[in-house]
Every structure is written in C-alpha cells, then in structure tokens.
Write a new protein. Structure first.
Lengths: 109, 199, 551
C-alpha cells in the first residue's frame, strides 16, 4: 500500500483556500464576487470538518458521523444563503443599477 | 501515488480558488468556482466520505452555481472590467489578510501535535461480529446519515427545513417586482435620507 | 440522563413546534382568506393573528415550565440526544424572546412599510423560533444552524421595506458582513471540533479542561479558533471592530425590525456566546501565566473599544434610529464586561445572572426606544431627534415614559438600568487572579462611558421637554406604539424597585441551565483538587440579591 495522506495536508489545503476566500471578500467590489468568495470559505471549513471526522478521535457520547453532519448542514446553509444573497443583490441592482457594494450610498457613518 | 494525486489535486483547487477571486469576468469566476467545488468533492472522496462528495456535486455545482449564474446574468455585470477591481489600499489589505491568516493557520496546524501525529488514516475494522459505529458509518454512510438525521439531529434537520422555507419565501418577496418599488428613475428624494456623518 | 429522545421531548418542545406551524398558517391565511383585503387591514389582521400565536406559545411555555420543568431541581434536563436544553433556561428565555416578539409585532402594526404582510409576520415568527432554539442549543451543529436561520430571517426582514432605497441597502450590507462573519465563525468551530472530536458544548468543555495542558499556551490553532469564534459572536452582538453593519442596518431597516435586531437577536446571541465562551471554551478564558494568555484579554480590548466607540459616535447623531444603534453598540460593550466576568469569575452563575438581568432590561428599553422611532416614521417618514421637539408638552405621559427609559439606559436609580449596571460591574469586580487589574480598568471605563452616554440621552429629553416644535404635530400614537412604550418604561421602573425578583429568576436560570467548563487553576489558587467534571457551587444564599436595597 502506498503512502497515505497525512491529516495536516488536508488542513493546509483548507487553510489556504480559506485565506484565498477571505482575500476575495476583501478585494471584490461586486457583491456576487463577494458571495463566491464566501462560498470558498465555507467549503474550506467543510473540508476541515470531514477531515477531522475521518482522522480524529471521537468521544463515546458523540454520534458516529458528527463532522459529516456538520458539513451537510453547512451545505444547506450555504444554499439558503446564496438564494437570499442573490435576492438581495437583485433588489439593490434594481435600485442602483449596480451590484457593487461601495456604490450603495444612502446610509453612511 | 495517492500523495502525488492529492498534491496535484490541491494545487489545481487552489489555482481555481485564486481564479475565482481574481477573474475580471464574473462568468469566468463562476466557472473557476465550479472547478473548485469539484476539487472539494474529490477531497471528500479521498476522505472516504463519498456521500458528501455526491452532495457537493449535486448542491454546490448543481444548484448554488446556477443561482449565482442567474444573479450574474440578471445584474448584467458580465464584462465588468472596472467594477470588479478595487482600489490599492483594499488590494493591499486583502493580500495582507491572506498572508497573515494563511501563515498563522499553517503555523498553528504545525504546532498542534495531536494533528501532526495523524499521518496515517486510522482504520476502523468492520467484521461480522464486531462492527464499530465509525467503521459502519464509513462503509455505509447514506443509511447512517439518514438514521442520524432522524434521531440525534432531528431538531437540526427540522431547522434546516425551516431555514430553506424562510429563505425561499424571503427571496421570492425580495426579487418580486412591486407597485411600490422604487426604481432607478424615481429614486428617493435626495434629502429624504439624511446621510449623517458619524464615526 | 441517557441520550435518546422520547415523546416528552416533543411535548417540551411544543411551543416551538406550534410557532413554526403558526408561521406557515400566517402565510396560508395571507394568500387565501385575507388576500382581498387592503394592506392596512391585512397588517392589522395578521398582526393580531401573530400576537395570538405568540401569546399561546408563551402560555404553553409557562404551562410546561410548571408541569414538567418545575419539579426538576438542580441541573436542567437535556432533550433530543443532549443537543437541546429542555429546562428552566429554555422555558424562561423562550418566554422572554416571545415577549420581545409580541412587542415588536405591536410596533409592526403601526404603519404600512411593506405590502408583504404574510411573509413579514411569518419571517418574524420564524426568527423568534430560531432564537429560542439558539438559546436552547447544547450542540454546535444546532447552534450554528439556528444562528444562521436567525440571521437569514433578519436579513430578509431588514430589506422588507421595499418602498425605500435605504432598506435594501441596509439588507445587503447586513448580509455581506453577516455571511463573512459566519464563515469565519464556522472555520473557528471546525478547529475546535478538530481539537476535541466533539460538537457537544458541554463535552468540548470537559475534553479541553481534561487535556494535558489546559489553557492556550502554545496552542496557536486554538487561539485562532477563539479569535474566529469571537469574530462571529462579535458581529452578532455588534462589537467594535465588527460593528460597521449595525448603524446602517438599524437606520435602514423599518423601526420594528431594528427593534427586533437590537433586542431579540442580541439576547439570543449573547446567551449563546456565554454558553460557548464560558462553557465550551471556558478552560481557555483566564490568563494563568504570562505565557498562557486566555481569551479574556482579547475580549476586554474588544469590550473597551466597543463601549467607548459606541458612546462617542452616538454623541454626534441626529437620526434617532442611528443614535439608538450606536447606543446599542455601547451597551454591547458593557455586556461584554459581563461575559468576561462569566469567563473568569469564581461566581460564574451569579455573573451570568447579572448579565442576563442587564440583557432583559436593555432589550425592553431598546424596544421602547424604537417604538418612539416607529411613531416618527409613521407620521413624518423620517426619524430625526428634532422631530421630538415639544413632545412632552403635548403628550406628557409619553414624556414621562421616555424620561424613565433614558434614565434606565444611562443607569440612574431608581430605574432597572442602574441595577443592571450595578450587578454586572460588581460581579466584574469580584474577579480574582491575574485579570483583576483588567477588570477594574474595564469597570472604570464603563462608568466613565455611562457619564458620556448621559449627554446624548439627555439630548433626547431636552428635545422633548425644553424645545418648541416648529413642525406639524404628531398624531395620536394609538395602542400599537403606546403598549411597547408603556411596557418598556413600566418594567424598567418596576424592576428598578424590585430588582431582586428578576435577578433571582435569572439566577435560577443560570444555575440550572448553564454548564461551565473547569478552568485551569491559577498559581495562587492551586491546592484545590481539579476534577474533570465541572464543579458546581451549591450555595444559593450567596446570591448578590442580598446587596439589592429594597425600598
């Protein structure tokens, strides 16, 4: 059997993609771009959850697949969040004719 | 062999993530995002969570990206050259945040011994007479997920249903055209929302 | 209690199930029976319908509290495989959240800010449901899911006023900040899960305190996790540097929704924060040695920045909703002092009770403050502080009520706000160990900030009592405005004279409902035997209620 993948490799991958997502959130002006970057961050967290579930120890009181369940529910949340986000972006787009976060200017302070 | 596969896959995934963040054209960004989601699905397969991989493909690639595409098309921001770039300070802040968070996380992972010790995937033997719950879960994840959803996480499951209903209802309301809608032509009076200087 | 679930769990959970169904019925009613009515009539009918649902849920809740929970003394029972609290904590806070929701529903009936009343009231009901589940959750999966359900409902409610541009903008800003912070929060949770292998809050606390090296020394990943979880909660309670959304969202949202954001969502998130920070991550709280800092230092910085920034920014505001937003940021700063006290005090139950006392009073007074804003919104369409000019002369009762509210928010006796601050700061000063200096500094800063806050609260009173109005007078407010105003002011005064009654109730809640993790023992406290299981104090007589002066 060939060499297996250590846990830390998955964690490095998750950490790197999480940071890329965070960078995207800060550097995108377009709200849909921000939404995509947020999806990257959520996915990175999901990789963490599943990797920890597969490799890590599980206390006796815990369900057998708690990490996977968490990831599964995060997928649900992400889907709902995207639907709501696109709805809000459309709403704003109809008012400003732009989907950029910094062109919204009625409120300031 | 499998290590090389992982490295190639991860490098591809990170490139795709970078593409999503940096692509000027939002449609391209969405396509990069699809590739990234697919890499995540592959990671789930490598972690022996095939059910999650299926869900990942179905929901993220099948549903989330489609909604995002609709959003992009409806806001007609496809070419979007100047709208997707930001000013220099934000660019620096973004790069700085990327560098800091990534370094700190990698250092943190390296410094935590219980994680670095786990270089081999633990085996959970499933034999006829002794089946550990974990091994059973890995072997047949779909029934386990179903059972857990109906027992331990029954409230969370119902709550997820509520969440999706609420999001559906709300998104329909928001995206609907109203007679009272303020459209661009008849915007609020300039003085009606006094911009107050705070901070 | 053995893990599992039975019919009784569902019975205990019936108020929540009832409300969820009630929200669906609201939608159906709106689409069928009421579809031909005008917007105003639909608003009234559905508002009353929602209030009926909320009231019946409160009644059910109190009935269950007597029937099932009341005879259980000591620790709260956990239901549904230990993922939810089914005891006093759940019933009491559910009743509180529902009370807030009833007041907010009253405010929603004030004027027609949207035409989608069915959806509005359904989302309001469902956000109340998710707040209750959030408070009751004992498992990170349920906690995260209910937190997200709550905020998604709130994003939608914020953007509901479709006739105004600023409402959509507020919704989008709230959404962007909120979803980024929840992504960070989730990543933090994943790191905690990685270190413990568990998602149960109590279990995490036990595992972390049972580790070979409890505390955060050398554990960078744990530190990052704490930081990210703090970002998540800091956003929900609008603490500086994660507060930017709050003034915009509060100003742009319709006034009832802003009231709901400031009261219900803050109450639920702070209780969850106490659970997670004090329960699961309680081991990492205190500074045990210079090389092992806890999260207390960081939270103290956030708290100091939050109260100072909130108060100083509020000084320059002319819009009432924006002013209340900054005031709510400042109050979040005070409440974080309470969270710190819960983290490191030896009297954690009492500290939590003091914090909950403050939260309840704050929620009631804030809803009443936004009642004033709703009134202005209805009659003027704007909500400048100057619009209040001369109000006291035309409506003396309103003047008195607002006076009580403002005194309570500043924290002047004999109002409940004073006792809230007193109890919380006393508990903060009770802290021993290496963090005592930090706590003294924080309390001093809190007192200084209360003085600063007096300036802008008094400005409202000055407008009401001293200035002449040059604008068209406001119409009569009607019961929808006067009820929340009267309830807020009345309870602020009542608990000002009877603070012990609420405090004792909150002590029962925190004593039986909160499970704290064992902290690592600071060097001077060594000698006490450390156990894996959390130790509980068994002397209810030592409650600070004894300090409360009874008139």
């Amino acid at each position: 059997m060939s060499q297996q993948i250590p846990l830390t490799w998955f964690l490095y991958f998750a950490a790197a993609s999480f940071s890329i997502g965070l960078m995207g959130v800060l550097m995108r002006r377009n709200a849909i771009g921000v939404l995509m970057a947020i999806e990257i961050m959520l996915n990175a967290a999901n990789v963490n959850f599943v990797a920890f579930w597969r490799y890590g120890p599980t206390p006796a009181s815990e369900g057998p697949i708690s990490g996977v369940m968490m990831a599964l529910f995060v997928v649900t949340v992400a889907a709902a969040e995207v639907a709501v986000g696109v709805g809000l972006i459309l709403l704003c787009y109809r008012r400003w004719r732009a989907a950029d976060v910094d062109e919204l200017d009625t409120l300031s302070g | 062999m499998i290590q090389a596969l992982f490295i190639a896959l991860s490098a591809f995934g990170l490139l795709m993530a970078l593409g999503t963040v940096f692509a000027r054209n939002l449609v391209n960004a969405a396509l990069f995002l699809v590739a990234f989601f697919f890499v995540i699905a592959c990671q789930f397969v490598l972690l022996e969570a095939e059910f999650m991989a299926a869900i990942q493909v179905l929901i993220y690639i099948g549903a989330v990206t489609v909604i995002l595409m609709f959003g992009i098309m409806l806001t007609r921001n496809i070419q979007g050259d100047e709208t997707t770039t930001v000013t220099r300070p934000w660019r620096l802040l973004g790069l700085g945040a990327f560098g800091t968070v990534c370094t700190v996380l990698v250092l943190g992972i390296n410094a935590y011994q219980p994680w670095t010790d786990l270089s081999v995937r633990p085996e959970f033997p499933v034999t006829k007479d002794s089946t550990t719950a974990r091994g059973q879960a890995i072997l047949s994840m779909t029934p386990t997920v179903g059972r857990e959803m109906m027992t331990r996480y029954v409230v969370a499951f119902e709550l997820a249903g509520l969440l999706l209903t609420a999001a559906l209802v709300g998104a329909v309301v928001l995206a609907q055209h109203d007679s009272t809608d303020v459209v661009n032509a008849r915007a609020d009076k300039p003085g009606s929302d006094p911009a107050v200087t705070g901070s | 209690m053995a893990a599992g679930f039975s019919l009784q769990d569902f019975i205990l959970f019936s108020p929540v199930i009832l409300l969820t169904g009630w929200g669906l019925l609201t939608l159906i009613l709106d689409l069928t029976v009421l579809s031909r009515l005008s917007d105003t009539d639909r608003n009234r009918a559905l508002g009353l319908w929602t209030i009926a649902g909320l009231v019946s849920s409160v009644v059910l809740c109190q009935f269950l509290a007597f029937e099932y929970v009341g005879n259980v003394s000591g620790q709260d029972t956990l239901i549904f495989f230990d993922t939810l609290n089914g005891g006093v904590l759940y019933t009491q806070f559910a009743a509180l959240v529902l009370l807030f929701a009833i007041l907010v529903t009253c405010l929603s009936m004030v004027w027609n800010f949207t035409s989608h009343w069915g959806e509005y009231y359904a989302l309001l009901t469902w956000s109340a449901v998710s707040m209750i589940v959030l408070i009751a959750s004992e498992d990170l999966i349920t906690l995260f899911l209910s937190l997200e359900t709550m905020t998604i409902c709130l994003y939608l409610l914020t953007a509901m006023e479709k006739s105004k541009k600023r409402s959509a903008e507020a919704g989008l800003k709230y959404f962007v900040y909120g979803s980024v912070s929840s992504a960070l929060f989730l990543f933090g949770l994943s790191l905690v899960y990685g270190q413990t292998g568990s998602t149960g809050i109590d279990m995490i606390g036990q595992i972390l305190s049972g580790a070979e090296r409890p505390g955060l020394s050398g554990n960078v990943a744990g530190g990052v996790a704490v930081l990210m979880i703090m970002v998540g909660f800091g956003f929900k309670v609008s603490a500086v540097p994660f507060h930017q959304w709050a003034p915009d969202a509060y100003e742009g949202a319709p006034a009832p929704v802003a009231a709901w954001l400031a009261s219900g969502s803050k109450l639920a998130s702070l209780v969850a924060m106490v659970k997670v920070m004090g329960g699961a991550l309680g081991t990492w709280s205190a500074t045990t040695s210079p090389t092992s800092p806890g999260w207390v230092g960081l939270l103290a910085l956030i708290s100091a920045a939050t109260m100072t920034y909130g108060n100083f920014a509020a000084l320059g505001q002319t819009n009432l909703k924006r002013l209340l937003a900054y005031s709510s940021i400042a109050h979040a700063g005070y409440m974080l002092v309470g969270v710190i006290a819960v983290g490191i005090s030896t009297r954690r139950e009492e500290a939590a009770a003091a914090l909950f006392f403050y939260l309840v009073i704050y929620g009631l007074t804030t809803i009443a403050g936004f009642a004033l804003a709703s009134w202005l919104d209805r009659d003027r369409g704007t909500e400048d502080v100057d619009d209040l000019n001369g109000l006291g002369r035309r409506h003396p009762y309103v003047g008195v009520a607002v006076c009580v509210l403002m005194l309570s928010m500043i924290g002047i006796p004999p109002t409940a706000g004073f006792f809230g601050k007193l109890y919380m700061f006393m508990e903060a000063l009770n802290v021993g160990g290496q963090d005592k200096v930090t706590m003294i500094g924080l309390v001093a800063l809190g007192l200084f900030n209360s003085v600063v806050s007096a300036f802008y609260y008094v400005r409202i009173l000055k407008a009401i009592f001293l200035r002449e109005s040059d604008r068209k007078p406001l119409q009569n407010m009607g019961p929808e405005v006067s009820l929340p105003l009267a309830v807020g002011a009345g309870l602020a005064l009542f608990f000002g004279f009877q603070p012990a009654s609420l405090l004792e109730d909150m002590e029962v809640v925190s004593r039986s409902g909160l499970r704290f993790a064992e902290r690592p023992i600071a060097s001077e406290e060594r000698g006490v035997v450390r156990t894996i299981l959390p130790a509980r104090t068994e002397n209810p007589e030592a409650a600070p209620a004894a300090e409360a002066p009874k008139p």
